[in-house]
Design a protein. Structure first.
Length: 319
């Protein structure tokens, strides 16, 4: 087993990915652009930030104020104070301008695009020139849930590193080491579905944990063997309210939870999973059925992203 670098010690799981980055750094063979992909809360951004701090020899908690660390974040609507649905061209141009400047400390410049999947097509095209020829010793991290959210021309200029879900043992151990009571750590681990970021969030907010448990139960009903029950549950997945951007984000979050459950069903179907929660909720579908639904979910996400009527999309997904 290889030595764990100091920057890796704060990361829950993802040893193969962090070892790969450490080796590339030590060999001075880092790519100019990386694309980190994986489910929400799985740890993509945590790895990007920890590695960025390591490359800049900065304390992680002071990374945001480092002169050679540049971020591109979601825009906020000046009138409503709410996040916009996508990132437009203007913030990308500001981002590019900051990267054009020489490194303040004469070394590397590190850039992080945390919501790369939210870049509009025009914004991605505006970013292309910087991705093709980053100025100086610059490393850019693009973070997205799925590579397909980005244009092929963007993807072709980045080295993709995929982040899968983390083992329960790793998440449970991390929570206990951070002071969580063992019983609470076990319950949070079960509900985090292999996502360390979600587990850490839930460990800090008991109200959020209860809300998350309710969301998980709603998602679980969507895989009920009874079609009428699944149909009712799918209808309940649809958020209510006038904030359409917030509603879409919540719907995608619920679909993520459902996908995590279905992947668990797939593992049970091939005899891999063996947890207390699996005994409480025995497998409801075969691995083949789970794979079919996951394929439908991929289509459903794309359809909702393309503004197709969500109730119709969900109906087709659970049929």
């Amino acid at each position: 087993m290889s030595h764990i670098s100091d920057w890796q010690s704060s990361i829950i799981g993802h040893r193969a990915q962090t070892d790969f980055l450490s080796r590339a750094s030590e060999a001075k063979r880092l790519s100019s652009v990386y694309l980190f992909t994986g489910d929400r809360g799985v740890g993509k951004t945590a790895v990007a930030r920890a590695f960025a701090a390591h490359l800049l020899s900065a304390a992680p908690e002071k990374l945001n104020s480092h002169s050679d660390f540049v971020t591109l974040e979601m825009e906020v609507n000046d009138k409503t104070g709410k996040e916009k649905e996508s990132i437009g061209v203007d913030p990308v141009e500001i981002f590019r301008g900051r990267l054009e400047r020489s490194a303040f400390y004469g070394g590397k410049k590190i850039a992080l695009v945390e919501n790369a999947g939210s870049l509009s097509v025009a914004a991605q095209n505006a970013l292309l020139k910087t991705l093709e020829e980053p100025k100086g010793d610059t490393i850019i991290f693009l973070v997205a849930e799925r590579a397909e959210q980005l244009l092929p021309t963007v993807r072709s200029r980045a080295e993709e590193i995929r982040f899968g879900r983390v083992s329960d043992e790793a998440i449970y151990g991390a929570l206990v080491s951070r002071g969580a009571p063992r019983r609470e750590a076990g319950e949070i681990t079960e509900h985090s579905a292999g996502c360390p970021g979600i587990a850490l969030e839930l460990s800090k907010d008991k109200i959020a944990f209860q809300e998350y448990k309710n969301e998980m139960e709603l998602a679980r009903k969507c895989i009920d063997p009874s079609y009428p029950h699944r149909l009712t549950a799918a209808r309940n997945l649809l958020p209510v309210g006038d904030d359409h951007i917030k509603a879409r984000k919540l719907l995608f979050r619920r679909l993520e939870l459902l996908e995590g459950l279905i992947r668990g069903e797939m593992m049970k179907g091939v005899g891999i999973a063996d947890k207390a929660s699996d005994r409480e909720y025995p497998s409801r579908m075969s691995a083949v059925q789970a794979k079919t639904i996951l394929s439908k979910m991929k289509t459903a996400r794309a359809d909702i992203q393309n503004h197709i009527y969500p109730p119709l999309v969900l109906y087709q997904m659970i049929s």
